[in-house]
Design a binder for this molecule. Structure first.
Ligand SMILES: N[C@@H](CCC(=O)N[C@@H](CS)C(=O)NCC(=O)O)C(=O)O
Length: 214
């Protein structure tokens, strides 16, 4: 039994939880963080000294950092999510690192500025800058996805998980103008067909609106 800690609305939990559900392993998700608190308890800090979610415990093996968790779960329990070819594996690593360093910081800034920041404190200029950065990254993806259905080739792999996690919020956010991104949209439709994506990522975020603190 794999245990995973984190509130369902947490972006980084969603990445790791999506990967866990894809493995089909039996598991238990334990709410932690946000209004559930518990991240500063000695028990939790013994598992993750950063006091952050997600964390997993796989029969005594404890791991934090969402992308490390995605990789571990795929390698241990769902090798079909890992491309066979060494160059395709390198491309998967490339897209995961790119998502972590380029796409997700922009998309998370946009979400914080436009959703979590209370309306009266929102800066239209900041939202606009974050939106432009997010759209620039998604436009790059749109070009990439014009020649294949997923980030590495035509099949779903672990490379799709980090970048794919931000799509639900991007497409569900109100009051932003989205350009036409036909290939990203087609990819999003494929991800939305996956039960694991529906359960882990397509989580309404009403509880986060106007909520500046975790
Ligand atoms: N780099 C870490 C970041 C972890 C992180 O910042 N998690 C946030 C949730 S997305 C958190 O723990 N927030 C505190 C809370 O939810 O109370 C990862 O990818 O796992």
């Amino acid at each position: 039994m794999i245990r995973i800690w984190g509130r369902a609305s947490a972006f980084n939990l969603q990445k790791a939880y999506w990967a866990l559900l894809e493995t089909g392993q039996s598991h238990e998700r334990i709410d932690a963080g946000g209004d559930f608190g518990g991240l500063d308890s000695p028990d939790f800090l013994a598992r993750n000294p950063n006091g952050r979610i997600p964390v997993i415990d796989d029969d005594g093996f404890v791991l934090w950092e969402s992308q490390a968790i995605v990789r571990y779960l795929a390698e241990q329990y769902a090798p079909t999510l890992i491309p066979d070819d060494v160059q395709d594996r390198a491309l998967a690593a490339q897209w995961m690192d790119w998502a972590q360093t380029i796409l997700l910081p922009a998309a998370l800034d946009l979400f914080w500025a436009g959703v979590r920041m209370p309306k009266e404190k929102q800066s239209a200029a900041f939202v606009d800058r974050a939106l432009k950065r997010t759209i620039a990254a998604l436009t790059l993806l749109d070009k990439e996805l014009s020649t294949h259905d997923h980030l590495v080739g035509d099949s779903f792999t672990l490379a799709d998980i980090p970048a794919g996690t931000c799509l639900f919020r991007f497409f569900e956010m109100k009051d932003i103008e989205r350009p036409d991104l036909p290939h990203v949209s087609a990819w999003y439709e494929l991800l939305k067909d996956r039960p694991a994506y529906q359960q882990a990522v397509m989580v309404p975020f009403d509880e986060l609106v106007g909520k500046e603190s975790f």
